[in-house]
Design a protein around this ligand. Structure first.
Ligand code: AHM
Ligand code: MG
Length: 338
């Protein structure tokens, strides 16, 4: 029945009453992101057909310059967020510095800041495996009516107002939170709308999936090695033995674990003391969302991801994220064995 279908835009407007501050602007930003990712999705679906997989600045058969998909996604989000009047500054994993929003006379009174990883898991594009987009929205903290600043983009994750991700998988889904639960929408390509398909997502109470890059095992700390060996060996949960699952796209690995329960780890190692994943574009948006689904995210050493003060736009941190009991257990092993 049509009346049972709730589109993303209907949902955003209905939920607007939950926000205390600049309601209309936040709704319109979320809806701009929804539109941009539909356009990105269209290109993602064509990735195998057109000559878009090559490196940037290749020329396609029509003699037009083709863009790599990650640059295309970046441009699309920047255009969508710059064309409204709600965003004062952007930071993207693809841009070294903040992206200033062109304004007249250097005036930009917009109240919000948007940060994103436009195309996560880009090494999976060429093999037709799931890829994603990750985003977070903050209130601006800089005063006055000028353009937003790097400080606006480098806020603690605790200040997030809304965050979410899009998974371009066997179907395309947008999952987001405004701090009042997590809801998932599946794109119906026949009508071009995201429709509410996964209301009020919570992690299952028990999870038995662990996700990490096992090829890095020899670089893991003693505690993490023992934790992983414990999961591989004796560990039993009420729902059976542990299974290893790793796609290599953060969005896809976290999405699966969110629905099925488990832990995702990208740890610090002696070679990479800060791990690999980016605090602002990957870890914070996911940590905020997982907390809303009853999960937890830390650096593996007792510090909540959301409490880390960023000092650099592209700072990395280790990430231990998923069911609380599993994150706590991983930390116990690391505390005990180093
Ligand atoms: P990317 O931003 O270049 O796509 O890298 C981030 C990706 C994450 O999506 C994923 O969790 C991780 O890198 C996988 O790394 P690895 O190949 O080292 O396991
Ligand atoms: Mg990424």
């Amino acid at each position: 029945m049509l009346r049972d279908v709730k589109t993303l835009n209907q949902f955003i407007v209905e939920r607007q009453a939950d926000f205390e501050y600049a309601k209309g602007e936040l709704s319109s930003l979320l809806s701009d992101i929804g539109t941009a990712v539909k356009i990105i999705n269209r290109e993602v679906n064509k990735a195998g057909l057109v000559n878009i997989l090559g490196s940037a600045h290749e020329i396609n058969v029509q003699g037009e310059e083709v863009k790599k998909l990650d640059m295309y996604a970046n441009d699309m989000l920047i255009i969508a967020l710059s064309s409204g009047e709600d965003c004062c500054v952007i930071a993207s994993e693809e841009n070294e510095n903040i992206v200033e929003i062109p304004t007249q006379n250097n005036i930009n009174p917009a109240k919000y800041v948007v940060v994103f990883d436009p195309l996560d898991g880009s090494s999976n594009i060429d093999v037709n495996a799931s890829i994603g987009t990750i985003f977070a929205i903050y209130r601006r903290i800089s005063e006055g009516d000028g353009p937003g600043t790097a400080e606006d983009c480098m806020q603690k994750g605790r200040n997030i107002v809304a965050s979410g991700y899009v998974i371009y998988g066997s179907s395309t889904m947008l999952v987001y939170t405004t701090g009042n639960g997590v809801n998932g929408f599946t794109l119906d390509p026949s009508i071009g709308e995201f429709c509410l398909s996964h209301p009020k997502i919570k992690l299952p109470e028990r999870g038995n999936i662990y996700s990490l890059n096992d090829a890095n095992f020899s670089d893991f700390s003693e505690g993490l090695k023992r934790f992983v060996n414990y999961l591989k060996g004796d560990a039993k949960t009420e729902i059976g033995k542990f299974s290893a699952r790793y796609i290599g796209t953060l969005v896809a690995d976290i999405h699966r674990n969110l629905l099925k329960g488990g832990i995702f780890i990208y740890p610090d190692t002696a070679k990479a003391p800060q791990g690999k994943l980016r605090l602002i574009y990957e870890n914070n948006p996911m940590a905020f969302l997982l907390e809303q689904a009853n999960g937890k995210a830390t650096d593996g050493h007792g510090v909540d991801i959301l409490d880390i003060q960023p000092t650099d736009l592209h700072q990395r941190t280790p990430l231990f994220i998923g069911n609380k009991d599993l994150v706590d257990l991983a930390e116990e092993f690391i505390k005990k064995y180093g």
